[in-house]
Design a protein around this ligand. Sequence first.
Ligand code: UGY
Ligand code: MN
Length: 244
Amino acid sequence: MNSPYGSTRTLVRPTHALIAPDGHVSSPLSGWQDASGVVLISPVMQPGPRFVQYLVHGSRDARSVGAAAGVQRLVYVLEGEAQLDGQALAADAFAWLPPDEPHDLRPPEGTTLLVFEKRYQPLPAEAAPGRVVGTLAKAPSEAFLGDPDAVLSTLLPITPGFDMAVNVFTYQPGATLPFVETHVMEHGLYMKSGQGVYRLADEWMPVAKGDAIWMASYCTQWFVAMGKRPAAYIYYKDIHRDPL
Ligand code: UGY
Ligand code: MN
């Protein structure tokens, strides 16, 4: 993409980051063979996020057999179709893979995956939950705080065994997050479709499909969907564990 005036919407601050697709630089991915991708959010940002969010661009031989030791992985198919242990995962399908459970994940050419990884924090005397495979269409959905124009779909069970949530928020044009949120949980977000304006701390940022956002714990946040079509984003948050 050409940037003759050296301008971009991308910015990286201590409280939040917006990574626009015009700045992406692909590289080989740790934990993957023959795959390249873009690490959108990671602990090497300052102050460090407690998770990783990255894109995988599929290719003929791209493959992963698991995340690092002790790390859970949620894979969401943005485009194309991946194979997980021989099972097809079409666009808008996902899989949550428990820590230390090997798998065989293959995204062919034309497939794009969004991946969230986080070191799993076990509960005393409780094993991690088992693998979850599903689709956005079948995920439980509800009008957020009663607003039918802001629909929240939860991909993972909201039970204490899970120390992360991954949700999809779909807004009709003009719909908003109902209030400016400030919370201990951090977020990693990817715009799946549409456009809008995200308030991040004291900045109001225009955002659109393909943008990624990191919100640190306590980053004030708000969103309004704009344009003629619905806007949807998928996002991660850490839950169910003591911050101490
Ligand atoms: O789950 C959440 O905290 C969500 N309402 N935040 C967000 O969409 N920025
Ligand atoms: Mn939030």
